[in-house]
Design a protein around this ligand. Structure first.
Ligand SMILES: Cc1cc2nc3c(=O)[nH]c(=O)nc-3n(C[C@H](O)[C@H](O)[C@H](O)COP(=O)(O)OP(=O)(O)OC[C@H]3O[C@@H](n4cnc5c(N)ncnc54)[C@H](O)[C@@H]3O)c2cc1C
Length: 514
């Protein structure tokens, strides 16, 4: 380059190379002519929980709203969910649990305790304050709530925990929080959005955002069966595409546990298959920062001896959980997100739960989450390992026999005294001493990733320096800052979809046309 003038350099082949490099770091539309195939006021990308809430608010504010949904069905993970939502100070909380001393500060202290230094205090506090009103809005949409209950304990956070999990349903659905009740949440909100004029196109995936010369987002390129369509959004675009649940490359870069779940046998990813991190990627391409990245909603998979993995409120806790050194590392009775975070933090993320014949006789294999009362079918299938002695069991599962023996000596002595001296577990202090002994490997039933685009309290997508990207909004699981590395408990995610979805839709609709 020494002998080439700048003009010559730009004139030559290097110009093309430079343009290529710039193209990859500059907002795509800066290099493009902003021509469009059609126009709306607010374009919502993703038709799950966040999308319907955003569409509803935007349409009721008078905006022409189009939701584009990648799959053939609206609803996303929210439709597959239990529909539970966190809220404080509700009539239902008082009626079903007798709790009348809850407030936004207690809820914030709980979330902050779960999130450590990874949360954005302003964003998280805003969501906590709003949860009361967001819950009332859900009821106004026609959602009925049949019970309220609490997360399990997390060490150090007991004083901030209240029963805040509100379960939707009707007289036929019962009061057990099970996946599939999400329709009680999604359908009434989407019906209200449609009544206000919002429309949806399914089998339509957004590919990239379009920006103007100032970096404001003015539309998106979407793809449907007929090919690419360029849609102008006069007032704003809302990203509602959830996390990178099935994107192995993004998981590898951003979340250890999600990567393990997607790549190691035995784990199950249970969220919506459309969630491949598209919104996070598109936001990053126009300069968005990230927040709260790294975590995932991990629930221990049914069949782990130590706990009833799907329960927020308890279940069997027959055994202890140990790592490859044979050591315990967590109170097995604590909240599932906290428990799974501890599991993934062990060397080689190995966790086995151990129990004995006395527990099987006392509780029965099916209550422990297995398929046979005496565990014989599960041993046969290989999901449970059985051995006559602790030493043989340790050998069979490849962990330290010496470590396990030491751990069990302490555990059994603690059970005799009724005190868990290691982790303060308060329930099911049952000794493990009657052979044969059983072990099951803990795996995760994963409900999606945590963390995503950086937003402010107006649900505007922001750069790392905190400045908002004009006309770009986001909510739900494609955003971060309101949670940290582990999930605070059932109801948090759906709260994030309602709270940020509503704000995103409302604030986009309030913009001047661009
Ligand atoms: C089985 C199960 C049970 C759960 N139970 C609860 C519960 O009771 N309470 C709770 O709080 N949380 C629960 N969760 C978690 C919670 O449901 C989700 O985290 C949350 O609902 C996600 O909402 P969302 O709006 O961010 O994304 P989703 O509801 O998943 O919607 C995202 C949508 O965007 C679409 N999309 C993706 N990319 C594109 C694109 N490029 N263009 C167009 N569309 C796109 C997807 O197809 C999807 O439909 C559960 C999750 C599961 C899987």
């Amino acid at each position: 380059m020494k002998n080439i003038s700048r003009r010559q350099f730009l004139k030559g082949g290097a110009a093309a190379a430079a343009a290529g490099i710039l193209g990859s770091i500059m907002p795509a539309a800066m290099a493009e002519e902003a021509t469009f195939d059609r126009e709306v006021d607010v374009l919502v990308i993703g038709g799950g929980g966040t999308g319907v809430a955003a569409a509803c608010e935007a349409a009721e504010a008078g905006a022409e709203v189009l939701v584009v949904e990648k799959l053939g069905l609206m609803g996303g993970s929210t439709l597959m969910s239990g529909g539970m939502i966190h809220a404080w100070g509700t009539d239902e909380q008082a009626e079903y649990t007798g709790t009348t001393d809850d407030n936004a500060d207690l809820m914030f202290n709980y979330y902050k305790g779960c999130g450590g230094g990874f949360i954005d205090d302003d964003v998280c506090y805003d969501m906590c304050v709003g949860s009361h009103d967001d819950f009332l809005w859900c009821k106004e949409c026609g959602i009925n709530y049949v019970t309220v209950f609490s997360v399990q304990n997390i060490p150090g956070l007991t004083e901030y925990i209240r029963p805040r999990i509100h379960l939707p349903g009707d007289e036929t659905s019962g009061t057990a929080g099970i996946p599939g009740l999400g329709h009680f949440h999604v359908n009434p909100i989407w019906a209200r959005a449609q009544a206000a004029g919002a429309t949806c196109e399914t089998n339509t995936a957004a590919k990239k955002l379009i920006t103007n010369e100032n970096g404001a987002v003015i539309g998106a390129v979407v793809e449907n069966k007929d090919g690419e369509v360029r849609i102008k959004a006069r007032k704003g675009v809302v990203l509602a595409t959830s996390g990178y649940d099935y994107n192995v490359e993004m998981a590898k870069a951003m979340s250890k546990s999600q990567y393990i779940i997607l790549t190691e046998e035995g784990n199950i990813s249970g969220s919506c298959v459309g969630n491949t991190g598209d919104g996070i990627r598109m936001g990053m391409e126009v300069g968005a920062g990230l927040a709260g990245i790294g975590g995932a909603i991990n629930v221990s998979l049914n069949g782990s001896i130590g706990r009833d993995p799907t329960s927020n409120v308890g279940g069997c806790t027959t055994g202890i959980s140990v790592n490859k050194y044979g050591q315990r590392f967590v109170d097995e009775w604590c909240q599932y997100g906290y428990y799974m975070n501890a599991v993934f933090n062990q060397d080689d993320h190995i966790c086995w739960t151990i129990t004995d014949q006395a527990a099987v006789d006392r509780e029965g294999g099916t209550a422990m989450g297995f398929t046979s009362e005496d565990l014989s079918a599960d041993v046969e299938a290989g999901s449970v390992v059985k051995a006559d002695t602790i030493e043989e069991l340790a050998k069979a599962i490849g962990i330290s026999a010496e470590g396990l023996a030491t751990t069990l000596a302490t555990w059994n002595a603690d059970c005799a005294k009724g005190v868990d001296t290691a982790f303060g577990k308060t329930e099911c202090l049952n000794p493990i001493e009657v052979g044969p002994f059983y072990a099951a490997k803990t795996a995760s039933y994963n409900l999606g990733t945590l963390g995503g685009l950086k937003i402010n309290t107006d649900a505007q997508v922001c750069r790392f320096d905190g400045t908002p990207i004009e006309h770009l909004y986001a909510g739900g699981l494609c955003t971060g800052g309101w949670a940290g590395q582990f999930y605070p408990g059932s109801g948090t995610a759906i709260l994030s979809t309602v709270h940020w979805g509503r704000k995103a839709g409302r604030n986009a609709a309030a913009n001047e046309n661009i």
